[in-house]
Design a protein around this ligand. Sequence first.
Ligand code: ADP
Ligand code: ADP
Ligand code: MG
Length: 656
Amino acid sequence: MFKSLLVANRGEIACRIMRTAKRMGLRTIAVYSDADRNALHVREADEAVYIGPPPPSESYLQIDRIIEAAKQTGAEAIHPGYGFLSENTKFAKALADTGITFVGPDAACIAAMGDKIESKRLAEEAGVPGVPGYAGDDQSDETLIQAAEHIGFPVMVKASAGGGGKGMRRVFRREDLEDAIDLARREGKSSFGDDRLLVEKLITRPRHLEVQIAGDKHGNVIHLLERDCSVQRNNQKVLEEAPAPNLPDSVREKLFSRAVELAKAINYNSLGTVEFIMGADDDEPAFLEMNTRLQVEHPVTEFVTGLDLVELQIRIAAGEPLPLKQSDIKVTGHAIEARVTAEKPAQNFLPDIGRIHHIKWPENIRIDAGVQSGSEISQFYDSMIAKVIAQGSTRQEACDRLIGALRSTAIMGVESNVAFLADCAAAPDFYNGEATTSFLGEVFPDGWQADESERETARVCAAVVWQAQRSAAAGYSGFRALSGAGLPARTFLTVQKEGDDPVDLVLSKSTEGYMVTHSDTASTVRVIELSENEAVLMRDGHCKKVTFSNTPEHFYLGFDGRVRTYSIMPTVEYARALAFAGGGSGEVTSDMPGSIAEVKVAEGDIVEEGAPLVVMESMKLLITLKASVAGKVTAVNVKQGDLINAGDVLVVVEEE
Ligand code: ADP
Ligand code: ADP
Ligand code: MG
């Protein structure tokens, strides 16, 4: 066994690999780009080597620099993780030439399975049927079109070199075929440097099933059971589990024997995954592709087999024979993984970047994370930042634990898909083990939206925690801070949720805690516990545990897996901030509802910048709205006593 391991990757997978390597007593070496100077994987490594600028092509994909880093640090082996160089034949060959061990299969295995056309041919030769279709050398338009017509629509057009769900197009009608071929070709060329395509029958409402393979350098090949990864978005996995739910044993046997046949046929000698697709009501799994690396979803297999797949992979690479026989592999319980991404699920999953201000992970559950509080999410890499993996003795138990864990996760400062994941896991089709790859489209036909039913509760909780924290900071300790005893008789707060209109609240002392009034609704909230980032609140008899965090600009409140971002200020300060805001436009608007106490100008008046225009009243406060530019008053839309809404234009000053 070697004594040192360089991990040529980043994020959660680099951290996960190093965890096992350390447990095995290996010295761990990380590599990093400029964007990852302060990344978690760099902090967790024993040593770290800088390899270049942020774009992957200039750092994590630089074979020479990575080999140089290994030589510099005396690394005896390199683990490529997934993505990046994990399925790169050139890299595996280059390592073989330098005598550094590649933790993965022989370059020949990668080459055989690296492209979908070649691997489909090899699979058929090994007696493993693929999805019906065309995977030939003749790449002319006529041949591909003829093939599609022969297969019958709908079809899937795929880049042979594709991966990560990229480079594939569903085609439902003949007239859309040329465009799809053109697009898939261009995607293949630009993302993978290879424009060859294959055409397959599009399986409708299929399940994605896959088999974990383990082969060693002594000719032994076994499988480590199956996984179901049918919940996908853009052909990328979202939820993954082992074992596959509601799967007849006869199908399971076909999966196992087909996967092992293929792996044996190519003398597979590491960990790998054979992927299949199968119509939900069908019983013939068809070969899709083989991934010759560790898979993102390997933890669910670790739970149900009791094995550490990274350790197994490292031992195989070091030349050890498989420590287990096929008959030793038994399934125990059930495990489900959810991929946590820095994305805005309500805005069509737009990636989000920035600094994670605070993270609260759930307790008593496996979290494979590549980030922590303070981590920076950059635009250069994949949006997947962590995985939450739940296990249980039954599927339902695992599912309940996953949902519970996601609902008590709070990621603040960067948006995440956590609440979306919890909703997916709780949707009946998934919960009952009946999901197909059409799941998301069927459950969220108009896209996903956050549940807004607790809007009011969230706002009230945010205001109370904000105020309790302020009282605590002002020196009112213990019961006085929690109960609001340190408060002046009344506090006027303006609470504005990001993207929403501001709302004015009044917090008053009461024997029960804080009485919070908004328009004519009131509720009572008591702070039972308050620590640095967590609070337990009792609102109208209901207990609520929340996570919170404060920056100079924002107050974040997390519960139920959702994080809401507010700006909270005493109403006077808010009004002052408003009066000084604006600038340029000359339109004077109110950002909160109220009434007009006094109009100080008339149409035609010439005013200086900062001149008082209107005095409005809101929450018993008089607020003077001032001119943000110097000029002529061209419109006065209100008179004394008028009621106004947030956003109303009260006065217009035209700049002169
Ligand atoms: P898995 O079955 O392990 O999820 P994926 O094909 O989804 O495999 O890829 C795993 C990860 O590696 C993805 O999150 C993706 O970012 C990255 N990845 C895989 N293949 C590629 C590729 N060819 N180009 C870019 N990224 C890739
Ligand atoms: P990648 O290399 O990007 O992982 P795959 O061939 O494994 O590409 O396909 C990814 C996903 O795309 C599958 O899990 C499946 O959901 C969908 N898919 C691929 N081929 C087909 C097909 N012929 N019919 C229906 N869905 C397909
Ligand atoms: Mg795949």
